[in-house]
Ligand binder design. Sequence first.
Ligand SMILES: C[S@@+](CC[C@H](N)C(=O)[O-])C[C@H]1O[C@@H](n2cnc3c(N)ncnc32)[C@H](O)[C@@H]1O
Length: 413
Amino acid sequence: MSESENDLAGPMLVGPVLVGPVAHGGHCVARHEGRVIFVRHALPGERVMIKITDRSHDRFWRGDAVEVLEPAAGRVPPPCPIAGPGLCGGCDFQHADLATQRELKRQVVAEQLERLAGISWDGTVEPAGDGDGLGWRTRMRYHVVHDQHVVHDQHSVHDQHSGQGRAGLRAHRSERVIELPPGGCRIAAPPLRVPPAVPEDELVGVADGEQAIWATGDHPAGTVRERALGREFAVAVDGFWQAHPAAPRLLTDAALDGLAPEPGETAFDLYCGVGLFAAALVDRGCAVIGVEGNKPAVRLARRNLADAGSRARFVAGSVDRVLDRPERRGGLPARTDLVVLDPPRTGAGRKVVAGLVRRRPRAIAYVACDPAALARDLGYLATEGYRLDSLRAFDLFPMTHHIECVATLQPAD
Ligand SMILES: C[S@@+](CC[C@H](N)C(=O)[O-])C[C@H]1O[C@@H](n2cnc3c(N)ncnc32)[C@H](O)[C@@H]1O
């Protein structure tokens, strides 16, 4: 709980405040009486009243715009009734139209690249083809709220929940669960919008066409079949697969456009999951080695690419360690023509960058779900002699602040 929520004087309201530029993380920057406030539910240029939600940092506060005195041109009523201040933390930008959302994301990518890598980028954020930015999310994790009742027995008093719970989503930066509104989650694919009542605390849903597959527990068993690139991929129910249905095609096309693979070339697919980029490279005639830390995903990748025979090989392990290991001890060859890397939100880091540039690839495609980590790693790659060739940004997470980028690089000389 934040300090302000603990405050006996009640929540603190400040303003009117003029909202400044958007910042990475789904908020804008405002200044009030010499202090920076990261404010959610606002747009640049608006004049708002801010409810302070976190005063625990010396250098900045956090807050929600709870009253908009002068709205910006792109403001719209949020399509979901739980998208407002203090409610669901999943969607950051429902109060902006899609063009404004994309402009905010463009500014964030450009600012991160400039500030962290000294790169000036004048690209746009490309839509993923959805009309209204709703109903795209094919993977959902719901939390379940139970009615608690207190049980007294002869030894102790404890809380118990009774029977089925009601599904919800977490509030922003909080464990608090906000119950779904009637009609369910607006960005979930239609079969996942309204989940079934379950007795467990968590519920994972995967959309399989018009059907939903539901699973509970920390490590739900089972696989689903995803169709992409004219292939079928088996994916664990709780495993990684791109959440937007347009993502596999958009991202592999962008990576391959930059790499321009030739038949017979060698490639690494680092952080390969169940083999999406490996499949795209194999289908263009390359021999690929995938590296993935999640062992079940590696087993599925081997199955998914079984038709490629010796042209697709998968190594289980942490990318930094596998890159460091000699080939005779299960590491990777000393040279490769091409590299695709698609790390988690934390990015690849200096050690991975050093390990891959040592192989002198003629082209690298970096698929990134965090523009700050991407910009930091592009800085490392520049120091190691790789220059940015192209950078495309895709709006694969409409209504949220998230954005997916594909950067391609070549040796500077
Ligand atoms: C963003 S996903 C990309 C998966 C795949 N490229 C795709 O598009 O389906 C990142 C993957 O990296 C894996 N991963 C995370 N950290 C890792 C590490 N240090 N070494 C190897 N794999 C890692 C995760 O298990 C996950 O499958």
